[in-house]
Design a protein around this ligand. Structure first.
Ligand code: BGC
Length: 381
């Protein structure tokens, strides 16, 4: 069933009816029982520019659920168990659409057409200079003024054996936010019965264009009880992208060994945080030389026992520790989002790649298909 822009009567029907149980249809009853129930539930979340917006909740039978709205493809909640068996929300987000419309720093959002910054909102492609919308000082950030995080996506929930998911589609028109080419984008979220949340991106274009899609969840594995300084982090990287005071890459990829930037071995976020000017907000260069799905980072939260692994096909991961959160937003369950109340692992190409000839290219050409996968895997130790 596709959720396009439908009538209120149809919405009521959807709300009442759309509960999908895994194993129905072609499975026999025994298999259905042994495989348990994976569900997708949906409800109306609100309305944006006359378009209905829904909240879909994917639920497995291991105590994990993920809520996603087709406004911005935003992940609003991820409930996952701790060592006491209690499932708690481990991402920053809101329980109502209006809070997202009022403004937020990309909580859980699908970011595009280009994740992170493009210097001065300008780049040259095939001899032509393009000027993008500028929304971060003099720079372009996360796709501009109205990025993919603020678009209403077409949505189609699905369920398979041991998986439940949501397919999203958005057509970004030629010159939207200044980018060339009609970009046809598909993103699929899949929750497995192994507590893995997989995000698959694909896109095609009719003109060469930069593309760098990412997911901007802010995690707090305590369930929001304190800031993330006691979380322990390991990143599979020996280098990071050096940036200037406006967070624009200088072009240098610097070794992190022996510095506060080094997470090649498990370290708490707080152990050297005060030695990093402005806090962690850097793209790490993953130790890999191909685009295979590989382990990018591991996180352990000792108190709850929750752990998270990040796997990706991307060459980099932006590690951001919520340095700009300031306590002005209150989220789900009444948690006040103060400085460092969440951390992000945004798998992506390096910032400002369109202006950095030595970075892996982020240019998609007609006839090619952009394909990336990122996986967040939760467990308990
Ligand atoms: C960037 C930060 C920015 C944050 C929220 C992160 O991806 O690296 O500099 O403040 O997103 O926009």
């Amino acid at each position: 069933m596709k959720f396009r822009f439908v009538s209120p009567a149809f919405i009521s029907l959807i709300v009442a009816v759309v509960v999908f149980s895994c194993g129905s249809g072609k499975q026999n009853n025994n298999q259905t029982k042994s495989k348990g129930k994976m569900k997708v539930e949906s409800k109306v979340f609100g309305n944006v520019d006359g378009k209905e917006v829904y909240l879909f909740t994917l639920q497995n039978n291991k105590g994990m659920s993920v809520s996603i709205t087709n406004y911005g493809g935003i992940i609003t909640a991820v409930y996952t168990p701790g060592k006491n068996g209690k499932s708690e929300d481990v991402v920053l987000g809101f329980d109502n659409l209006q809070s997202y419309l009022d403004g937020h720093p990309y909580f859980g959002a699908l970011v595009g057409r280009y994740g992170n910054r493009i210097a001065k909102g300008k780049f040259v492609l095939d001899g032509h200079e393009y000027t993008l919308a500028v929304n971060n000082g003099e720079n372009h950030l996360h796709g501009g003024l109205v990025g993919f995080d603020k678009k209403v996506w077409e949505a189609e929930p699905f369920q398979k054996d041991n998986e439940a998911g949501l397919k999203l589609h958005y057509l970004s028109k030629d010159m939207e936010e200044g980018y060339p080419g009609n970009l046809d984008v598909h993103v699929t979220y899949t929750l497995s019965d192994m507590n893995e949340l997989k995000i698959e991106y694909s896109a095609t274009t009719d003109k060469p264009t930069p593309v760098n899609l990412t997911s901007h969840s802010y995690f707090n594995l305590t369930g929001g009880e304190e800031n993330v300084m006691n979380h322990e982090v390991e990143i599979n990287a020996n280098r990071y992208v050096v940036v200037n005071e406006s967070l624009i890459p200088t072009g240098e990829l610097r070794a992190s060994s022996g510095t506060p930037m080094d997470f090649s071995k498990m370290q708490s976020i707080g152990s050297r945080y005060s030695q990093v000017d402005g806090g962690y907000d850097h793209c790490y260069v993953l130790n890999k030389d191909s685009n295979e799905l590989s382990l990018a980072a591991k996180v352990v939260e000792p108190q709850s026992g929750r752990t998270m692994e990040v796997w990706t096909t991307e060459p980099g991961v932006q590690f951001y520790t919520g340095n700009f959160l300031d306590g002005t937003l209150t989220g789900m369950n009444g948690v006040v989002y103060k400085k460092n109340y969440g951390f992000c692992f945004e798998a992506q190409h390096f910032p400002d790649s369109p202006n950095q000839p030595d970075f892996p290219s982020s240019i998609l050409k007609p006839g090619e298909t952009y394909k990336q996968t990122t996986l967040y895997k939760f467990s308990v130790q």
